[in-house]
Design a protein around this ligand. Sequence first.
Ligand SMILES: NC(=O)c1ccc[n+]([C@@H]2O[C@H](COP(=O)([O-])OP(=O)(O)OC[C@H]3O[C@@H](n4cnc5c(N)ncnc54)[C@H](O)[C@@H]3O)[C@@H](O)[C@H]2O)c1
Ligand SMILES: [Zn+2]
Length: 355
Amino acid sequence: MKAARYYAAKDIRIEDIPEPTLVPGSVAINVAWCGICGTDLHEYLDGPIFVPAPGHVHPISQEGSPITLGHEFSGTISALGEGVTDLEVGQNVVVEPYIIGEDVSLADGEPYQLSPDMNFIGLAGHGGGLSEKIVVQRRWVHPIGDIPLDQAALIEPLSVGHHAYVRSGATAGQTALIGGAGPIGLLLAAVLKAEGLTVIMSELSTARKEKALSTGVADYVLDPSEVDVAAEARTISGGRGVDVAFECSSVNAVLDTLLDAVKPAGVVVNVSIWGHPATVDMQKLVLKEIDLRGTIAYAHDHAATIKLVQDGKVNLEPFITGRIELDDLISQGFDQLINHNETQVKIIVRPVPAN
Ligand SMILES: NC(=O)c1ccc[n+]([C@@H]2O[C@H](COP(=O)([O-])OP(=O)(O)OC[C@H]3O[C@@H](n4cnc5c(N)ncnc54)[C@H](O)[C@@H]3O)[C@@H](O)[C@H]2O)c1
Ligand SMILES: [Zn+2]
């Protein structure tokens, strides 16, 4: 079968590799669509980051490069391994793409995303969504009912947004400020709108500002090159400041703005991954008793996220800005996202060519 394999930075090859074999407790999936994520771009430009370093294997998967890429994917079950009795062949599903020790419990309330050596399918082994087929453990498979398979490829990043929302403790009727309207900021905004918040977004790029408004996920979009975002956000929220703020830009100045914009005893959630240490103005934090929190990936979020889409509270369709074939992954996928990033939100890839 065809697969996109990561060898090293700037070296991703479309190759023919053996099909994965079904083992007891696992599920075989024909991949329908797989999104390209900013993390994939970082691996391509500056990696390996999540991918094991050359000559090393991941402690859980025991795999090293080349690895099959792709962690944002949907597909249809083609076969069930021994002992899997609660799913059916032909069912459409998404995968919560974790590589986590088999002894780690997924019981309610367990923070399995924080377990030792956590990594991701499609980055550190166990196959990937940028291939025609994949076999994954039953526990990571989530049925999606009648959600279209192309939109379902966005459930993984939407779950990142859902987890950030859960981490914030935000409730309906509150006001949120999101710094950065990239794919993660936009999908987080979609969750917050669906959960009944008023959403303010801060963004510099014209295309992304328009996307935030045209999709209806933001009530207000502020441009820091035109207005004082913190002052404006305080005005919108009745003078006190926003209840919650989310850093989704990896820009230190944005984090500073969020500390100014949040109300006393408000919550700031850092979603961004930082390639360098960020600074936090502790005086701002201490004088307002700001609660600064991290959020990583998702845990127990997929069911609620899928329900938001099934109930029509989130429409993922307008966030798909490109559909490509696996053979065009670099030319029409990675290069597009690297060079024309602001006009794209999510480019999705079809590993099996359309007839
Ligand atoms: N915590 C997690 O589990 C998790 C998961 C996925 C991604 N991430 C991280 O989330 C972050 C966002 O991801 P993304 O794919 O949306 O990134 P992105 O780079 O596409 O989006 C960032 C946006 O911030 C905007 N921006 C830049 N400077 C700004 C400024 N001064 N004011 C306002 N906006 C500004 C950019 O124009 C861009 O649209 C990244 O750091 C990514 O690594 C975290
Ligand atoms: Zn991703």
